[in-house]
Design a protein around this ligand. Structure first.
Ligand code: FPP
Ligand code: MG
Ligand code: MG
Length: 352
């Protein structure tokens, strides 16, 4: 069937199933330890879920590689029938969607402690409400839950992939914290860090979905590559929004990166043209007036435009990976692929 040109709303096709995954997460973080229960539930409350991009990507990738549409009964909002009706493979892939979100939220809880953040997603952060100690333990708890779910899949390859994500998240954070002067100005170092902090989770959960599906190794590579390129595009757009977006739309302070001493892709491009930016980057914008001066200097350059081009390049490569997949075996798979391609466009035009 020709689905090209048909309007596919990517978040809608798997919306119901993402709701099921979220609901299951909300249940699974309820623990017998009252302090942790409140803390862990904090991030899974209704209206606080964020975009749930990672579960959406995982489930769309599952459909994109699937030979047939899943039976409709499995999408019941009542959890038990949902779990029972979903075909075995789909159920296992839903676990990866859950694990990806657990890891993501755990990393945010820890990140907000490290960054001493007051808000997250426009709401007061957990460390701010309950203190650093509880926030760290809540993050650890979510990671523990993710580990149990992962082990329960009894698939060693996905255990390796998702554990590597944890390694990457930590090493990305360390790369950021310990960068030498030379590295601070180096776009390659920046992109390597960005893969670790943002793209690895998307890439490796995408690959895990493919591994569980039992598709050929080249197809697993394409699934990984889609997640990697999309993640890189996503983060470079994030960098741009930090410089160009308004804090009320973003739900966090604007120019947050500069203020916290980070030179992101647009700034590094700008510094290739405008040498005066370099000392500012190296002292992490710590002197009085540095942030405002940096903005003025950046605006004199093609930095923003070059970063837009970089994001567009990665978005295009991500879409290309989907187009290169072996011929879809069902309409269902074709529609999901169209949605995965649309997400590559949406990432570029998002405003928050
Ligand atoms: C957000 O970055 C942070 C991350 C994407 C990863 C953080 C990783 C750790 C804290 C290592 C520990 C990892 C685990 C799995 C517990 P940001 O501060 O640049 O952006 P944001 O605060 O504006 O979202
Ligand atoms: Mg942060
Ligand atoms: Mg951080």
């Amino acid at each position: 069937a020709d689905v090209r040109g048909r309007q596919v709303e990517p978040f809608n096709i798997v919306q119901q199933e993402v709701d099921i995954v979220s609901e299951r997460l909300r249940h699974s973080v309820s623990t017998g330890i009252p302090a942790l229960k409140t803390a862990a539930e904090y991030f899974f409350r209704h209206g606080m879920e964020g975009k749930r991009l990672r579960p959406t990507l995982a489930l769309l990738m599952s459909s994109a590689l699937s030979p047939s549409a899943p039976p409709p009964e499995y999408l019941q909002v009542d959890l038990r029938p949902a779990a029972e009706h979903a075909p075995e493979l789909r159920r296992r892939q839903q676990r990866i969607a859950e694990i990806a979100e657990l890891i993501h939220v755990a990393s945010l809880l820890h990140d907000d402690v490290i960054d001493d953040a007051e808000t997250r997603r426009g709401v007061v952060s957990l460390n701010n409400v309950m203190g650093n100690k509880t926030a760290i333990l809540a993050g650890d708890f979510l990671l523990a839950r993710a580990s149990v779910s992962l082990a329960a899949l009894r698939n060693p390859e996905t255990v390796v992939l998702m554990s590597q994500v944890l390694e990457h998240l930590v090493s990305g954070e360390i790369m950021q914290m310990t960068a030498t002067s030379e590295q601070l100005l180096d776009l390659d170092h920046y992109m390597a860090k960005t893969y670790c902090k943002t793209a690895s989770l998307m890439a490796n959960s995408s690959r895990s979905i493919a591994v569980l599906a039992g598709v050929a190794p080249e197809v697993c590579d394409m699934a990984w590559s889609y997640g990697r390129h999309l993640g890189l595009a996503f983060q470079v757009v994030d960098d741009l929004l930090d410089l160009t977006g308004s804090s009320s739309v973003l739900g966090k302070p604007a120019l947050n990166d500069l203020r916290s001493g980070l030179a992101t892709a647009p700034v590094l491009f700008a510094a290739q043209e405008e040498l005066e930016l370099r000392p500012l980057i190296l002292r992490r914008f710590k002197q009085e007036g540095d942030v405002a001066l940096a903005m003025t200097l950046i605006q004199r350059t093609q930095g923003l435009r070059r970063a837009e081009e970089l994001a567009a390049h990665h978005a295009k490569m991500a879409a290309e990976m989907i187009r290169c997949l072996p011929v879809a075996q069902s309409d269902h798979a074709e529609i999901a692929r169209e949605a995965l391609i649309q997400i590559t466009h949406k990432v570029l035009t998002r405003k928050k």
